[in-house]
Each structure stands twice: as structure tokens, then as C-alpha cells.
Design a protein around this ligand. Structure first.
Ligand code: MAN
Length: 483
């Protein structure tokens, strides 16, 4: 009942006699009342004679009347603990079922008081203290060394964290700059395209005007040609049918002039306009195509999605037969400058770099990002016929079997999940418990559940400030060394 007893208010008043199994500052709980009787501690309505305490018969339901015997049943809910004074070392408690069982429980009772009936266990507290002091000293120096290594790892991790953040910032800035440059290239190309287009439009308009003039000239020409033919015919008729006996000077002069005209008349020129028609058609087609390409490709501001669209088109172009899209893409390719292409390549590679860095950055590096200092390091050891390889922030392998991929770190244990599936079982997974030490050492590998592995690995990563009480928890008396 020691656990509950400690909840009670106690004084340090001295007691006359000492009740076995009870620590000095709780002895007063065992003082008799005015009638010389005693009351069970958790149920004072049960009154016992004072000499019923430690009479090896359990009277109180809470077992408080038998602190120095094994008469009351030990249960986890109501543990009965026997106080060992351990003079020369430090007081402790032993479970009451270990009392007088013939075994010297020196880990808890170095004074041997647990075997008070036989008295077979001498007090070895001086030797135990010596072992304890040595243990604490070596543990302390080990954990302090581990802590120093951990501090160094933390400094390295901090520097790596800064580097990583700086790289991300730098690449992000570079991407923004490249995007701006791409935008400028687009604007330049757009301006150039507008200039080219307007020039070509002007040519087309001039050609159209010329065509118009040519057409009207052709009409006029035909008209004049017809009129001339008519007049020539009239004059020829007159020349053939006039009466030369009439001496008309005007008629004679006209006929003479007609003969001069006909003998000096040049050959007829056959003018066709097919050539100019073809030229105009070509210009109109070209102008239309360019307007289409310009609207589709150049008048859109550069965004990540239309760049992706462009590369998507380029990708599917590899697998499709030439079509309208291909024609436009080719046209677009021709119009792009080399610097634009270089910028796009740079943009793509920086984007990839950024994605990788951000992926890496989102891993669980633990407190102060300490695991950054061991990233990509591997620890290897053969245990139980297998070679285990533990990759920090990476994966664990049992020979070539994947035990799991890294998933997180809580300061003392690392988790690995989604390994190779076990035959008729789940996917393998593991927990790596880290124990503080300056060096890495895989102490054990177990499989507490099917295909879930438990690794015990010493590492400076797990070191932290410890009190003597923390260090003392692992102390065990080396009975071989006791004399
Ligand atoms: C292999 C090893 C063992 C594991 C069994 C499960 O033999 O990976 O660790 O327990 O497979 O089938």
C-alpha cells in the first residue's frame, strides 16, 4: 500500500518502535490509538489489535496490516511493497511476494533485509554502491559524449537546412526571372510578328489595288480594241468601195492615211493576268495563316499551363501524323528564337530542380531537422543470418528484401512502412528504436508481430540531457562481482 500511503499527509515525527517494511517517515501511520488498537489505513472502520500488524495474517482488505510479510496477495492494482533501508546505498522497495523466498534480491534490497527470516543475505550495499557509481560514471560520460556528437549533428543539420532554404529561394527567384525573360521574349516575338504581319498586309493591299487597276485597264483596253477594230473595218470598207472617179481630196487623203496606218500597224499583244492572280492568292493565303498562328500562339501571355500545353503538343506531335496542329507547331517553332528555346529549357530544368528540393524538404527530419545531418547515410550489420541495411530517411533492407521506406521520426524512434509483402501476410514495416550512445550499433532485430520488425540501434541522435535518476534506471547489480 506504499503507493496510496504516499498520498497521505505525513509528518517527520519520530516513532518509538519501527514496523518492518515501512519507511521511516511513514512509521507514524502505524502508531496505536488511545486504546492501543490500530485501524486499517484505507478502511479505518476495521480495528485490529496492534500486534496483528505483520503477524503473517492478512486482516485489512488493502493489505496495510502486513507491510513486512507476504500474507496479503500482491496485485497490480494494489501492489504491496516492502521498504529496504539499504544503509550505505539508497533505500528501495521490493515486491512483498519476493520476501523470504530464498533469493537475495540485491538489485532492490542490497542490505539483504528481504530475507530477514533466514538472514542468509548479508548486506552488500557498499559493493553495490561502488558498482552503481561506476555505472553512473560510465553512462554519464557515454551520454555526454553522445550529446556532444548530437550537438555537432544539430549544427550540421542547421547549416544544411539553411542551405536547402537558400537553394529553394534562389531557384524560385531564378524561375521568376526566367519567366519574366520568357514573357519579354513573347512580347518581342509578338511585336515582330505584328510588324511582319502589317508589312505583309500592306503588300497584299498594294497587290489588290494593282490588280484592280489592271482589271480596269484590261476592260478599257478591250473596249478600245473593239472600237478600233470597228473603225478599222469601217475605213477598210470605205477604202474598198469608194468611187475613185470622184475627185474628193478629203476621201483620197483618208484612204492614203489608212494604207499608211495598216502597213505600220504593230502585231497585236495578247495580255493575260494569270501571273498577278497567283501572286495575290499566295499573299492572301499567307496573311490568313499568319493571323491564325499569331492569334493562337503569340497573343497569349506565357503561363505555366500554356507552356505545358505547348510541350504537350510537342509530345503528341512525336506520335501523330502531320496534321493542322503539327503545321501550326512547326510554324511556331520557326518563329521562336533560339534564346526563347534556351529559356524554356532552363525554365524546365529549374522547375524540376525546385520540385526535387521541395520534395526533399518535406521529409520528417525530426526536431531541429537533426536527421538532415545523416541523410543518405547507411548503417549495415549482420544479425541472425541476414544483412540489415538501415538508410536514414531512406529505407531498410533485409538482404535484398525491402523492409520499409522511411516515413517519420519522433525523436526516439524512426518508422519505416510499405516494404515487400510477406508471404500470406502484410507488407513489411519496421520501427527503429534509438538508444543514446556516441556510436551507431545495431543491438538487436526482432519481429514482435508478423512482418513488423523492431530494431534497437544505438545512436547519438537519441541523446538528451539526463538526470542521475534517468541513468540509474538501467543499473543492474552484477552479482558475479559481489564477494
Ligand atoms: C522472410 C524474412 C523473415 C520473415 C518471413 C515472413 O523469411 O523476411 O524475416 O519473417 O520472410 O514470411
Amino acid at each position: 500500500m506504499i503507493g496510496q500511503f504516499s498520498l497521505l499527509v505525513m509528518t517527520t515525527a519520530c516513532v518509538a518502535s519501527s514496523v518492518r517494511g515501512i519507511r521511516p517517515d511513514q512509521q507514524e501511520l502505524y502508531n496505536p490509538d488511545a486504546d492501543g488498537n490500530w485501524h486499517c489505513l484505507l478502511d479505518p472502520t476495521i480495528v485490529l489489535l496492534f500486534n496483528q500488524i505483520n503477524d503473517d495474517y492478512c486482516d485489512c482488505p488493502d493489505g496495510s496490516d502486513e507491510p513486512g510479510t507476504n500474507a496479503c496477495e500482491y496485485t497490480a492494482e494494489l501492489p504491496k511493497l516492502f521498504y529496504c533501508a539499504n544503509k550505505g546505498f539508497r533505500p528501495s522497495y521490493v515486491e512483498n511476494f519476493k520476501l523470504n523466498d530464498g533469493v537475495c534480491d540485491y538489485d532492490l534490497c542490497c542490505d539483504g533485509s528481504d530475507e530477514y527470516v533466514s538472514g542468509k543475505c548479508p548486506n552488500v550495499c557498499a559493493q553495490v554502491k561502488e558498482q552503481y557509481d561506476q555505472y553512473i560514471k560510465s553512462k554519464e560520460s557515454e551520454y555526454l559524449k553522445g550529446l556532444l556528437v548530437k550537438n555537432r549533428l544539430e549544427r550540421e543539420a542547421n547549416a544544411l537546412k539553411n542551405d536547402s532554404q537558400q537553394s529553394i529561394e534562389l531557384i524560385s527567384q531564378q524561375i521568376v526571372r526566367i519567366q519574366k525573360q520568357i514573357e519579354d521574349e513573347f512580347k518581342l516575338a509578338q511585336l515582330k510578328e505584328t510588324e511582319d504581319t502589317s508589312h505583309e498586309r500592306k503588300v497584299v493591299v498594294d497587290e489588290l489595288k494593282l490588280q484592280e487597276k489592271l482589271r480596269s485597264h484590261a476592260i478599257l483596253h478591250t473596249d478600245l480594241h473593239n472600237r478600233l477594230a470597228y473603225l478599222e473595218e469601217l475605213l477598210l470598207n470605205m477604202a474598198n468601195s469608194y468611187n475613185p472617179n470622184f475627185n474628193d481630196a478629203a476621201v483620197k487623203f483618208a484612204i492614203h492615211s489608212l494604207q499608211d496606218y495598216l502597213s505600220n500597224k504593230p502585231e497585236t499583244v495578247d495580255v493575260t493576268y494569270h501571273h498577278s492572280d497567283l501572286v495575290i492568292e499566295k499573299y492572301v493565303t499567307r496573311a490568313n495563316e499568319d493571323v491564325y498562328v499569331t492569334q493562337e500562339m503569340f497573343f497569349q501571355p506565357p503561363t505555366f499551363s500554356n507552356m505545358l500545353h505547348y510541350y504537350y503538343i510537342r509530345l503528341i506531335d512525336t506520335f501523330t501524323k502531320h496534321n493542322a496542329v503539327t503545321r501550326l507547331t512547326e510554324k511556331f517553332q520557326q518563329l521562336k528564337s533560339n534564346s526563347y528555346r534556351e529559356l524554356m529549357l532552363d525554365f524546365e530544368s529549374k522547375q524540376r530542380e525546385l520540385i526535387l528540393l521541395e520534395q526533399k524538404n518535406s521529409k520528417d527530419y525530426g526536431d531541429n531537422d537533426i536527421l538532415r545531418a545523416v541523410e543518405d547515410r547507411w548503417y549495415e550489420k549482420q544479425i541472425g543470418g541476414y544483412t540489415y541495411r538501415i538508410g536514414f530517411l531512406n529505407a531498410i533492407y533485409q538482404d535484398t528484401t525491402l523492409v520499409g521506406g522511411y516515413s517519420g521520426f519522433d525523436g526516439t524512434s524512426m518508422r519505416y512502412v510499405k516494404g515487400d509483402r510477406c508471404w500470406n501476410g502484410p507488407q513489411r514495416s519496421a520501427t527503429v528504436e534509438l538508444l543514446c550512445a556516441p556510436e551507431y550499433d545495431l543491438l538487436s532485430v526482432s519481429e514482435p508481430q508478423k512482418c513488423h520488425y523492431q530494431f534497437l540501434l544505438t545512436s547519438p541522435l537519441a541523446c538528451q540531457e539526463l538526470t542521475e535518476a534517468d541513468l540509474a534506471k538501467g543499473f543492474k547489480v552484477d552479482k558475479q562481482k559481489l564477494t
